[in-house]
Design a protein around this ligand. Structure first.
Ligand code: CTP
Length: 397
């Protein structure tokens, strides 16, 4: 459980085959610390029984507007007053049409109309139903009414067809819920982040790279998007999924990363330089594979440009946050790097502890001192780094 444990989601489930995914969605929301109250349309109960959701949520599932178990017989008011957000997943074309027109002819639609909390809907239907002018018109209406529409995704459908209309993946839906319930303290702020390793080609099949996984940079991106920032993530080759809603620029080499950074740095407020950028690249680029022989092979390397130092030296430099990965004398080297690169803050960490792991133990170093953070998941560390940066930004004002 985390600090969201007091927040509650009213999950409306409509009659579509994607209703089976909503059971998993309940677990994901609970894992993120939300309490979930399920509400099902009559049609939904034909796909999955209320017993499934009752067992998962440990709460009686609401299905009937005339439910005699609700003392004041006003389930539609009670349920929404206790919720921080109402989520309808899956939302069928029929329910979407009713929401767009303001109908209230069953418990779910009546509750949606009576709500005093944000409403999010995750449409799920056959691709032709989704593409119909009527559905598209209704979706636009929902968006105009301030309802958050999640997805739909594209891919193979239960009916055997392929196209747009699948319910968005439960992980993404849970992430959007998180964001909807987070205060948008970074709204209107542009942020640039570099993440992951770079890969310097030796020849078409070989390269020099490092063990950076990109997890720290991606965690910062996720945390900042949640707070409403406009995030551009310039990433070297990694094996993790980019946060939903990020502007992702994929690069390979240090030179490509530098070019992308220089393109997107204008107007950005903060630059988080998290990438493990190669300091050297092969001096010669071979267009064909180097063939082996019995002789020693010497590779001549030449230095790459220091991206962070370059950005920090710009006339209108953003607020720069550097990272220092060291194997020894961590604090001393990090302090030196902060001064050499002329940046206000650097995050020092042990390379062996940081690279590739989900957890990290870091020390924030700025001109007022050192602030060690206890070992935690990179998403928690990201939040703490952002809080510290906010303090420094406020001090600058
Ligand atoms: N960095 C950069 N461009 C480079 C090298 C590093 O932008 N060509 C940035 C990193 O993103 C990080 C900081 O500089 O924010 C420090 O990177 P690190 O690899 O720890 O140090 P280096 O400056 O490369 O020095 P060394 O490898 O000697 O420790």
């Amino acid at each position: 459980m985390n600090n969201k444990q007091n927040k509650s989601i009213l999950l409306g489930i409509c009659g579509g085959i994607a209703a089976y995914k909503s059971a998993y969605l309940v677990r994901l929301l609970q894992d993120r610390g939300y309490q979930v109250q399920a509400m099902m349309t009559e049609a939904a109960t034909h796909f999955v029984t209320p017993v499934t959701f009752q067992a998962l949520t440990n709460q009686v599932v609401l299905t009937d507007i005339w439910d005699p178990r609700i003392p004041n017989r006003m389930a539609h008011i009670e349920a929404t007053r206790q919720a921080d957000a109402m989520l309808i997943a899956p939302a069928t074309a029929n329910v979407i049409a009713k929401l767009a027109a303001g109908f209230a002819d069953d418990l779910l639609t009546t509750t949606a109309l009576a709500r005093n909390c944000p409403l999010l809907v995750a449409p799920a239907m056959n691709r032709e139903m989704w593409a119909q002018a009527a559905t598209q018109r209704n979706i636009k209406q929902l968006e105009q009414d301030g309802i958050i529409v999640i997805g739909p995704a594209s891919g193979s459908q239960a009916c055997g067809e392929i196209g747009e209309g699948r319910m968005e993946e439960p992980e993404i839906i849970a992430t959007v819920i998180d964001r909807a319930l987070t205060s948008k303290s970074w709204a209107g702020r542009q942020v640039l982040i570099t993440a992951g390793p770079t890969m310097e080609a030796i020849d078409p099949v070989r390269a020099i790279t490092n063990h950076s996984s990109g997890k720290m940079g991606y965690a910062l991106a996720e945390a900042l998007i949640k707070k409403g920032a406009d995030v551009t993530l310039i990433s070297g080759p990694v094996a993790i999924t980019p946060p939903y809603g990020v502007r992702l620029i994929s690069v390979m080499s240090a030179e490509e990363m530098l070019n992308a950074v220089m393109k997107y740095v204008t107007d950005c407020l903060v630059f988080f330089s998290v990438a493990a950028v190669a300091d050297y690249k092969p001096a010669t680029s071979h267009s064909q594979k180097i063939k082996k022989n019995t002789q020693d092979l010497t590779l001549e390397l030449m230095p790459t440009v220091d991206i962070l130092a370059t950005v920090a030296s710009l006339a209108h430099a953003p607020f720069c946050v550097g990272f220092a990965a060291e194997t020894n004398s961590v604090e001393d080297y990090a302090k030196q790097k902060r001064l050499i690169k002329n940046i206000p803050v650097i995050i020092a960490n042990h390379a062996q502890q940081a690279l590739g792991h989900d957890d990290n133990e870091v020390m924030i170093i700025d001109d007022s001192g050192q602030y060690p953070l206890v070992k935690a998941n990179k998403s928690v560390i990201a939040e703490q780094i952002i809080d510290h940066v906010v303090k420094l930004l406020n001090r600058k004002k």
